[in-house]
Design a protein around this ligand. Structure first.
Ligand code: 0QS
Length: 330
């Protein structure tokens, strides 16, 4: 089997991407954020208190003839940005882009934090990390990818995220029309459950490539690129008027500044992030100060290769043994 679905930016600065999925019988369509940085599939539901729902689509298990309560099971998750949710668990038919998994664990929210309530374009998440990170107890559940794997033509899914445009997620095949040249693979350490791998180095603008192993996670659910402070300061040293603002919690600069590109290495291959991707957003709609798409990871305890980096490539998440991640120019 295979599947292919759109990855649609939810706002004008690509803060996140959502993908249409269907749950249940008859199918209920929700827009979910496919997130390789977590492994819970959870949705706004008919069980979510109405004062916590503001425009999101909800999953109603009672309206689905194929839903089954996974009795006695609960879940609770906290994300890096402090947001979180918790609830109960059903199994039901679940499809992404024509690829169906019967009796997928669908985690129905009984409570969501305020930042989820405020994000009306996001109806929940599809965790595509390793199933070890799933928070359902007493027995953890498998991700959509782990459930689909035995039936996939190829044990892969790919991410083709785009800058200010709709991209795609494919399951079970690698679409050669979506990239140029070769795919460069590197090994993934799947503990503790992220797509963890190393960059082979970096360069700023036309500067020399600095070879160094930089370990981090490729995370479609994180907006920006978070790297070690030394690299980030080297980058913003090239930006007129840049400063690391305590107030804004990161590097800001005059929106009119010229930004250099940023290149990262995967093994012997090189991927260049255009300056426009790093000129992330104005700090407020009328401000002339802009917030960078490259920020320091020092507060996170882990380097995160988020959407700012991933949208500069065609990325293959390979569930082979050992797992691998591949990058190609597009
Ligand atoms: C633009 C920005 C200022 C950087 S943002 O913070 O607003 N962007 C958020 C994403 C977002 C999109 C839309 C609306 C609101 C928030 C962002 O990038 N947050 C990141 C990481 C972060 C930390 N600090 C600063 N940023 C995050 O938490 N990403 C998680 C998915 C998010 C959660 C909020 C909703 C959108 C999806 C994540 O799953 O990718 C994660 F890996 F970071 C994470 O937290 N994974 C949870 C891992 N646990 C480990 C223990 O077992 C359970 C799972």
């Amino acid at each position: 089997d295979t599947g292919s679905a759109a990855a649609i930016p939810i706002n004008e600065v690509d803060i996140a991407y959502v993908t249409p999925v269907t749950i249940g019988t008859p199918p209920q369509t929700l827009m979910l954020d496919l997130d390789t940085g977590s492994s819970d599939l959870w949705v706004f539901s008919s069980l979510t208190p109405s004062n916590q729902v503001r425009g999101q689509e909800i999953y109603s298990p009672t309206k689905s003839s194929t839903s089954k309560l996974l009795s006695g099971h609960t879940w609770s998750i906290r994300y890096g940005d402090g947001s979180g949710s918790r609830g109960t668990v059903y199994t039901d038919n679940f499809t992404i882009g024509g690829l169906e998994v019967k009796s997928q664990a669908v985690q129905a929210a009984l409570e969501v934090s305020s930042s989820f309530t405020q994000e009306q374009s996001l109806d929940g998440l599809v965790g595509l990390g390793f199933s070890a990170l799933n928070t359902v107890r007493p027995s953890s559940q498998l991700t959509f990818f782990d459930n689909a794997r035995p039936n996939l033509d190829e044990e892969v899914f790919t991410a083709d995220l785009k800058y200010h445009a709709t991209g795609s997620y494919d399951f079970g095949f690698i679409d050669s029309k979506k990239y140029a040249g070769n795919i460069t693979y590197t090994t993934v350490q799947q503990s503790p459950g992220y797509w963890t791998h190393s960059l082979s180095g970096y360069s700023v603008g036309s500067g020399a490539f600095q070879a160094s192993q930089i370990s981090g996670i490729s995370d479609t659910g994180t907006t920006l690129l978070y790297l070690p402070t030394a690299i980030v300061t080297a980058y913003y040293r090239q930006v007129q008027g840049a400063q690391n603002s305590q107030y804004y919690g990161g590097y800001v600069f005059p929106c009119s500044s010229t930004l250099p590109t940023f290149t990262f290495g995967i093994e012997g291959a090189r991927f260049t992030i255009p300056a426009s991707y790093i000129n992330y957003t104005r700090i407020s709609p009328t401000s002339t100060t802009c917030y960078g798409g490259l920020q320091s990871s020092s507060g996170l305890g882990i380097n995160i290769f988020g959407d700012v980096a991933l949208k500069a490539a065609f990325v293959v998440f390979s569930g082979t043994n050992p797992p691998r991640i591949g990058f190609a120019i597009k």
